[in-house]
Design a protein around this ligand. Structure first.
Ligand code: ATP
Ligand code: MG
Length: 415
C-alpha cells in the first residue's frame, strides 16, 4: 500500500459537525454498551462520511475490537451471521438490525490460502487494529471513524482532506486495489456521482487499464451494484461514464448503452428521486427497451408472439447470468411486450384484455418515460392514458335463458 500517514488526525468534538442527536438511538446503545465494557466502539464507513457531509446516512455500521464471540456474550439480542464473513447482527424492535464488525486487516501474502478462490473471503476475515481496518477499506472518505469514547473523528488515511476537496481517492494503489476487487471500479464511479465529487485521475487511469476485470466479479455482486446505482438515482450518469471508459461491454455484455437508452435511465433516476421505489424488473426492462424496440419495430404486421420471442431473447441471457428469479424475468419481459403494444397504438386485437392486465400500468409508466426521450410517441401516450383512465367494462358472458327441464321419456318396463 502507498505511504501511510504516520499518525491519525483526530478531530475533537468541537472541531467537527457530528452530534449524537444525528445518530440512530439503537446504534448509540450498541456503541455505549461496547464502550462501557472496555471495548473500542466506532461508527464506521459510509455513516461517518454522510454525517460529515450533512447528509442522512442510509445505515449506521459499527466497528469494534470485540470479537464476534465477545459480542455474543455482551448482547442478548446478538446473532452471528455469515458462514465465511463473521458479522454480529444486534436485533432490535421491528426487525431492525445494527451490524457490528470486528476490525479487520489485510493479510500478508504468506497468510493467504493456496486456493485463490478462497482469497476474497479470507481477506475479509483476519482481525486487525482500527488503523489496519481503515487501510483495508476502499476510498479515503469511506474510512473515517467516529469514536464514542470521546466523540472525536479519527482519520488514518487522509479522508477528511478528500472530503473537504470533494474528491474520491483510493486507499493505496488503485491498480492493486482493483485487481483485488474489481467491483471497486464501479463503486468509485457510483460515489463520485452520488456525492458530486471528482475522481482522482489515478483511479480513472487504473480503470482504463483494468476495466476488463469487472467481467470476473461475482455476478451477484454486480447485480447488487447495478441496483444500488438505480436506488441512488445515478444509474444513468454512471452507465454513461462506464461507456466513456469502455467498461460497459465488460460490465453488461448484452447492453449496448446507446444515447437514448441512457437517457431513458436518466428519466428513471429522476422518477426515483421523486420518491418512487425502483423495482428490479422495471430496471432491467429499462436497460433493454431500446434494444428490444430496435429488434422488433412496432407495426400492426408484427404478431405479439414474435414480440414475446424477441423480448425473451434479450431478457433471458441477462437473467441467467445474474441468476434472476423467474418472476422478475417474467415481469421484465411483460413490460417490454407491453411497451411494444403501446407503441403500436390503439385498436389492435386483444386491447380489452391488455387494458385490464395487472402489468399494464407499469408498462405504461415505462412507456411514458420512453416517450419523454422519444417525443414522436407522445400522441400514443395521451391516447392510452385516456383509455386507461376509463377502462372498458368487462365483457359480459352471453346470457342464457332459463334452464328447461328435458322431458323424460316414459320408461317401458321390460319383462
Ligand atoms: P452506502 O451509503 O451506499 O451504504 P457505504 O460507504 O456505507 O455507502 P457500503 O457498501 O455499505 O458503503 O460499505 C460499507 C463500508 O465498507 C464502506 O464505507 C467501505 O469502507 C467498506 N467497503 C465496502 N465495499 C468495499 C470494497 N469492495 N472494498 C473495500 N472496502 C469496502
Ligand atoms: Mg452502508
Amino acid at each position: 500500500m502507498s505511504e501511510k500517514q504516520p499518525e491519525p488526525i483526530i478531530l475533537p468534538r468541537g472541531q467537527h459537525s457530528i452530534s449524537r442527536q444525528q445518530v440512530d438511538e439503537d446504534t448509540l446503545k450498541v456503541l455505549y454498551r461496547l464502550h462501557r465494557n472496555g471495548q473500542l466502539a466506532y461508527l464506521v464507513g459510509g455513516s461517518v462520511r454522510d454525517l460529515l457531509l450533512g447528509r442522512q446516512p442510509k445505515d449506521f455500521d459499527v466497528g469494534t475490537d470485540a470479537t464476534p464471540a465477545q459480542m455474543r456474550r455482551l448482547f442478548r439480542n446478538c446473532f452471528l451471521v455469515g458462514k465465511r464473513f463473521r458479522l454480529a447482527h444486534i436485533r432490535f424492535k421491528d426487525n431492525k438490525v445494527i451490524e457490528v464488525a470486528t476490525f479487520r486487516r489485510h493479510p500478508s501474502e504468506e497468510e493467504l490460502p493456496d486456493d485463490p478462490d478462497e482469497h476474497f473471503h479470507f481477506v475479509q476475515n483476519v482481525f486487525g487494529t482500527p488503523r489496519e481496518d481503515a487501510y483495508r477499506r476502499d476510498f479515503t472518505i469511506n474510512a473515517l471513524f467516529y469514536n464514542i469514547a470521546d466523540f472525536s473523528v479519527i482519520d488514518h488515511v487522509g479522508g477528511l482532506e478528500d472530503l473537504h476537496a470533494k474528491r474520491i481517492r483510493m486507499i493505496g494503489d488503485p491498480l492493486v486495489r482493483f485487481e483485488e476487487d474489481p467491483v471497486r471500479m464501479l463503486r468509485a464511479l457510483e460515489f463520485a456521482a452520488r456525492l458530486d465529487f471528482s475522481i482522482d485521475p489515478a483511479i480513472l487511469d487504473a480503470i482504463q487499464k483494468k476495466k476488463e476485470l469487472i467481467a470476473t466479479a461475482a455476478p451477484a455482486r454486480i447485480r447488487e451494484e447495478i441496483m444500488e446505482l438505480y436506488r441512488h438515482k445515478v444509474a444513468g450518469p454512471v452507465l454513461k461514464q462506464c461507456r466513456e471508459l469502455d467498461m460497459l461491454p465488460h460490465l453488461l455484455a448484452g447492453y449496448p448503452g446507446t444515447d437514448e437508452s441512457i437517457e431513458l435511465i436518466c428519466k428513471i433516476d429522476q422518477r426515483t428521486a421523486s420518491g418512487v421505489l425502483i423495482e428490479e424488473s422495471f430496471a432491467i426492462a429499462a436497460l433493454y427497451l431500446r434494444l428490444f424496440m430496435d429488434s422488433c419495430p412496432p407495426s400492426p404486421q408484427v404478431h405479439i408472439t414474435e414480440a414475446l420471442h424477441k423480448a425473451n431473447e434479450i431478457i433471458i441471457p441477462h437473467c441467467r447470468y445474474f441468476s434472476i428469479a423467474q418472476g422478475i424475468r417474467h415481469q421484465a419481459r411483460e413490460l417490454l411486450v407491453g411497451c411494444f403494444r403501446l407503441s403500436r397504438g390503439r385498436g389492435m386485437r386483444g386491447e380489452r384484455r391488455f387494458l385490464q392486465h395487472p402489468f399494464t400500468p407499469q408498462a405504461m409508466e415505462l412507456f411514458r418515460l420512453w416517450a419523454e426521450v422519444r417525443p414522436d410517441l407522445a400522441p400514443q401516450v395521451k391516447e392510452w392514458q385516456r383509455a386507461l383512465q376509463s377502462p372498458p367494462a368487462p365483457k359480459q358472458p352471453p346470457r342464457r335463458g332459463p334452464r328447461r327441464r328435458r322431458k323424460r321419456k316414459p320408461t317401458t318396463k321390460i319383462g
